[in-house]
Design a protein around this ligand. Structure first.
Ligand SMILES: Cc1cc2nc3c(=O)[nH]c(=O)nc-3n(C[C@H](O)[C@H](O)[C@H](O)COP(=O)(O)OP(=O)(O)OC[C@H]3O[C@@H](n4cnc5c(N)ncnc54)[C@H](O)[C@@H]3O)c2cc1C
Length: 400
């Protein structure tokens, strides 16, 4: 693999840098640094639209569907610059998850109906997979859909539904046949969140914020035209989507940007406030994380080049999910350790947002770090737990 950038690639990097510099407003950049998981919906949409207008919103989509047509080096450069600019996270449920399912398995009418809104950022999506009692063992899900004329009628409950309170549409897995093997009785439906009978209740997480929800379905009528592919074949589409979700979760570029922040914070040598200083033990911990991160970066590049050649996402998705979340959590932990006493105060999203006039007692270099650390404890759980990913590797790679 060629590791030096060519003059054309360096020019591309300059173009990306210049765009971020000129178009990412300071108020949004500031929010993305302070509370990366809680940039407001309006600001997320503003930034989404800016990227859409530029034609850069979906680097991983095929060009014919609105992708950029970039090669893997360009995608890599773009991801790195994105994080270096502290640009906010975009909602992944449309762009990374259901979008690829729709353009791969959807009807022409579904593509025409949904893809433009996903690309433009006008329509927000959420993911209705997990249920109480059906997380790792997802195929055991019990939310039922019964055919009645031209509609499915859904009854049941989803849980841990991230951003359901912001979403316009939800993609759900429902049981349409209980008499067959579990995986063979599942159907994949697209549901408008304003449909009568659908309610969303908040779950407040360990960091004190509202990010998660429960979603209840009571006689929710969904047109058959909103079904992806065939009835009872939903498991195939669900697994396709999970492969995309897991590669995205690796977050290599994001972790590299975090490692930079950690280096800067270590250099502050705030030993006197009970935090880590620039001492040999801290340097050893950082070096261990960075070695893992470099290994992960090359695995990600291999996975991207595999996808580029049309081989699809392989078991690397599980490796990336485990490695990426372990590195992210180790970085978050060390960033908090670095802060010493400043890690103590309990900040919530509202106090972290720039639109609040509440003064923080946390030093500027430490703001948002504890919230991020607490929320991302869940990174090794969502998208399929890391234990389950190890089982997948044991089966599919080690043949155990
Ligand atoms: C912050 C957050 C956001 C989320 N967002 C969404 C979302 O938007 N949409 C959605 O549908 N879901 C979402 N989830 C749910 C997530 O996908 C599930 O939490 C996850 O799949 C685990 O399921 P569970 O919570 O039921 O745990 P369980 O499956 O009950 O697992 C409990 C523990 O047992 C272990 N375990 C279970 N089975 C095995 C096994 N066979 N071998 C070894 N160990 C095993 C697990 O690894 C885990 O440690 C989110 C979760 C979190 C925490």
């Amino acid at each position: 693999m060629e590791l030096e950038f060519t003059p054309e690639e360096l020019a591309f990097r300059e173009e990306v840098r210049a765009f971020f510099q000129a178009n990412l407003p300071d108020r949004i950049r500031d929010q993305a640094v302070r509370a990366p998981s809680f940039v407001s919906k309006e600001d997320t949409r503003f930034w989404h639209r800016a990227l859409h207008d530029q034609g850069w919103i979906a680097p991983n989509w095929p060009k014919a569907q609105g992708g950029t047509g970039w090669n893997i080096t360009q995608k890599h450069i773009y991801a790195e610059e994105y994080q270096a600019a502290h640009a906010p996270r975009l909602s992944s449920f449309g762009l990374t998850m259901v979008g690829p399912v729709i353009y791969t398995f959807g009807t022409e009418a579904q593509k025409a109906r949904h893809l433009p809104g996903i690309l433009s950022g006008d329509v927000f999506w959420c993911q209705g997979y997990s249920e109480p009692g059906s997380g790792s063992d997802l195929a055991s899900l019990r939310t039922r859909a019964v055919l009645d004329g031209d509609d499915y009628v859904i009854n049941g409950q989803k849980i841990w539904t991230s951003h359901a309170h912001h979403a316009d549409w939800i993609f759900v897995l429902v049981r349409t046949d209980s008499a067959v093997k579990q995986q063979q009785g599942i159907t994949f439906l697209l549901v408008d969140m304003t449909t009568p009978g659908l309610t969303v209740r908040p779950i407040v997480s360990i960091d004190g914020n509202h990010y998660l929800n429960e979603v209840f379905f009571v006689d929710v009528r969904v047109p058959v035209a909103n079904r992806i592919g065939e009835e009872n074949k939903g498991w195939t589409y669900a697994k396709f989507l999970l492969g995309h979700e897991r590669t995205g979760i690796a977050g290599v570029a994001k972790s590299k940007a975090k490692a930079e922040r950690l280096r800067a914070n270590l250099a502050r040598a705030n030993l006197e406030r009970g935090g880590l200083g620039d001492d040999p033990d801290a340097r050893r911990r950082l070096a261990e994380i960075e070695v893992k991160l470099t290994g992960l970066e090359f695995t990600q590049l291999r996975a991207l080049s595999r996808e580029q050649t049309g081989l699809g996402v392989g078991p690397e998705a599980s490796l990336l999910k485990i490695g990426g979340t372990e590195v992210e959590q180790a970085l978050n932990e060390m960033l908090v350790d670095c802060l010493g006493y400043y890690a103590g105060p309990f900040e919530t999203a509202s106090s972290l947002r720039v639109d609040s006039n509440q003064e923080s007692v946390v030093a500027p270099h430490g703001r948002g770090l504890m919230t991020e650390h607490l929320l991302r404890r869940a990174a090794s759980i969502y998208g399929g737990t890391n234990e389950i990913q190890r089982n997948i590797i044991a089966k599919r790679v080690l043949d155990l």
